[in-house]
Design a protein around this ligand. Structure first.
Ligand SMILES: *[C@@H]1O[C@H](CO)[C@@H](O)[C@H](O)[C@H]1NC(C)=O
Length: 164
């Protein structure tokens, strides 16, 4: 290998690491950010009992995604460990990095990779039974859905939850 090739390889490895790094703890980070948004002003984060309460409330939400639910499942038994760094106002990602030391699973939860995006036309080609299966795989409900167009609409809305 000549020098240029070596440099290119090193650069590629570095880029790959940055990309991988960025996605670490992504679902946990989102959950912490969502809970903070629910709690309102930064001053409210300081009360640890309130943090635990807000996390509990967030995790009971009916509209939570599958991945968020998974994070809730891991965070619930370690609420105190969440409340501590949370109350200090640490960035959400850093909170999660701390929690990873308590339970390594916390950071292993990732959002599914984007697959080829399907549009309304693609969904329209499917049968209702298939659309229902897609929604079931995503772990989402289709409340009040009766006609095919309702299922297509729900499938479009929940595209981001598509599994690999
Ligand atoms: C923290 O929140 C709890 C529960 O809402 C409340 O009872 C308590 O008084 C609060 N503590 C402080 C220091 O504000």
């Amino acid at each position: 290998m000549n020098h240029v090739a070596i440099i290119v390889v090193i650069a590629l490895i570095a880029i790959a690491q940055v990309v991988a790094e960025e996605k670490v703890c992504e679902v946990c980070t989102k959950v912490i950010e969502d809970v903070r948004a629910d709690m309102g002003p930064r001053s409210a984060w300081k009360n640890k009992s309130k943090v635990e309460e807000a996390l509990g409330k967030y995790c009971k939400r009916k509209d939570l995604g599958v991945k968020e639910k998974k994070i809730c499942y891991y965070l619930d038994p370690i609420k105190r460990d969440v409340a501590q760094p949370f109350s200090l106002g640490m960035p959400a990602e850093k909170v999660c990095k701390r929690l990873e030391k308590v339970n390594p699973e916390v950071c292993s939860v990732r959002f599914p990779m984007k697959t080829e995006k399907m549009d309304a036309q693609d969904y329209n080609k499917l049968r209702v039974k298939q659309l229902k299966q897609i929604l079931a795989d995503r772990g989402v409900e289709c409340k009040g859905c009766a006609e095919k167009k309702d299922f297509v609409k729900r499938a479009m809305e929940t595209e981001h939850m598509a599994e690999l």
